[in-house]
Write a protein that binds this ligand. Structure first.
Ligand code: ADP
Ligand code: MG
Length: 475
């Protein structure tokens, strides 16, 4: 794959995002990657079969059209499912022989081969219809730092609970931006919980939950599906933001209530807090928010370095010649700020490069190899509550005033500013913003946004104030 391919790909993604909108884009395309091209075929991959079939049936033509707008020579898209094994991102080479196969690979933790312990757990879990568990994602390989201490402790607590223990928080709801370790934590919990053998932990992606339910409906044994779900002790659902469709959501709500009410544990991960899961009904959202809600913050440099160190050490077990100097690790930890996936990607590239060229890993090589992973830090996820808090403080009113129906000038303007900021700094829709501002209509929000947009053009004082607020919120 050439760097021009990558550049085209970046433009294709932007085009796609502009066409389908941010929400759809991040739901379906955020994890799509370019694997290369071959004549008239572009090769793309996604991490799950479900994403593949969904994109194929709903967006195949659109994706191709976006490519053709960039590169008219392409006539076909080949979409594959990435395997969980170490991949190389190196140009057009066939599956490299050093890529370990998942089934046969040794899995060592602290020098012990865990294949024999892992296999029965995985088999039992698959038997329950769970989503595949990645043997690398365990508590042993999870690095704890400031941003994830609480989430880690909570997950561990759940995994260690025994039958009959009082459940401390239900559901446990973990949220964060992409690549910050939610799936890693949830799968760790599933491994650890199931290895105690006393309880059954089922890990499902929301996609799998939907799939299972839809398949059960088709086969007309939805009841059996429900029963099966209700026989487990801990239900873990990953990527809840993908749960779509009225009947699946209703089913999810049922299952959630049934499990919680019968004293069984539910653990959920999503890319946003419960209150922002717009497509879910209010009562489901509040049930989700009723347990423990924990956010995983972005990975600090220190944590990134620790993760890299442990990854490099793990890779060395399989590839003894793979030595990554500390300076290189420190460079990557500093430069690649985005998320855990990019850290993994960066190391995989170094590994591929050193294997294919048999050259030692140097700082220069690292700089070259990871150049395109170095990007400006993602803007922080801004929450509507934060906007309300910061605006209220700035204008010396209370947050309740902003949400109230009071229409005095000292409240109206700050409220409009807050709505304007909510529209410009978050991906929330107008109706959603209205709902979060004391149940106002979306036309009221639209009016506020237009009003402020007009004013900032003429009123430099207000424009500066707003800039300041934005900066406070994004730092
Ligand atoms: P999410 O589900 O939040 O999008 P993942 O759990 O898939 O993120 O994490 C992305 C990558 O980063 C994975 O390879 C994961 O192992 C790694 N990662 C993230 N946080 C940590 C951590 N604290 N310790 C070790 N690896 C981590
Ligand atoms: Mg995940």
């Amino acid at each position: 794959m050439t760097s021009t391919d990558q550049e085209h790909w970046t433009r294709v993604k932007n085009r796609l995002r502009a066409e389908v909108g941010d929400d759809v884009y991040s739901s379906w395309f955020a994890r799509m990657e370019l694997d290369g091209s071959n004549g008239e075929t572009v090769k793309l991959s996604v991490p799950t079969r479900f994403l593949k079939s969904w994109i194929q049936s709903h967006y195949a033509e659109r994706v191709l059209a976006c490519w053709q707008a960039e590169q008219p020579g392409f006539s076909r898209i080949e979409l594959t499912v990435r395997s969980a094994v170490l991949r190389t991102l190196v140009p057009k080479c066939k599956a490299p022989e050093f890529a370990p196969q998942r089934e046969s690979r040794e899995i060592k933790i602290n020098g012990t081969d865990l294949r024999h312990t892992i296999a029965p757990i995985a088999a039992a879990h698959d038997g329950l219809g769970g989503s595949p568990l990645d043997p690398r994602l365990t508590f042993e390989t999870f690095v704890v730092g400031r941003s994830n201490t609480l989430a880690h402790a909570a997950a561990k607590q759940v995994a260690q609970g025994r039958c009959g223990d009082v459940i401390m928080f239900n559901p446990l709801y973990i949220h964060s931006g992409v690549g910050l370790g939610k799936t890693h934590l949830l799968q760790s919990l599933a491994w650890a919980g199931n290895s105690a053998a006393e309880r059954k932990v089922l890990y499902l992606t929301a996609e799998r939950f939907m799939y299972g339910f839809v398949a059960a409906l088709r086969a007309q044994n939805a009841l059996a599906f429900k029963e099966a779900l209700r026989t487990i002790d801990i239900l873990v659902i990953d990527d809840l933001q993908f749960l779509q469709g009225k009947s699946t959501q209703a089913e999810f709500c049922h299952t959630l209530n049934a499990l919680i009410d019968s004293g069984r544990q539910v653990v959920i991960a999503a890319d946003r807090p419960p209150s922002d899961l717009e497509s879910l009904e209010e009562r489901v959202r509040s049930r989700l928010a009723g347990g423990l809600v924990v956010e995983i913050g972005s990975l600090g440099e220190e944590l990134r370095l620790e993760i890299l160190k442990s990854r490099a050490a793990a890779a060395k077990q399989h590839h003894p010649g793979f030595d990554v100097p500390d300076a290189v690790l420190a460079f990557i930890a500093k430069a690649v700020t985005h998320n855990g996936r990019d850290l993994e990607g960066a190391l995989n590239r170094l590994l591929a490069h050193s294997k294919l060229t048999a050259q030692p890993v140097t700082l220069e090589m690292a700089e070259r190899e990871v150049r395109d992973l170095i990007r400006p830090q993602e803007p922080k996820r801004v929450k509507i509550e934060d906007i309300q808090r910061v605006v209220a403080r700035q204008y010396n009113v209370s947050r309740a005033d902003l949400l109230s129906s009071r229409r005095t000038a000292n409240v109206v303007r700050p409220r409009q500013v807050a709505m304007y900021l909510a529209k410009t700094l978050t991906l929330r829709s107008l109706p959603e913003i209205g709902r979060r501002f004391g149940g106002r209509d979306h036309t009221t929000v639209l009016h506020a946004v237009r009003k402020i947009e007009g004013l900032v053009n003429t009123d430099t004082g207000l424009a500066q104030e707003i800039e300041l607020l934005k900066r406070q919120l994004q730092e």
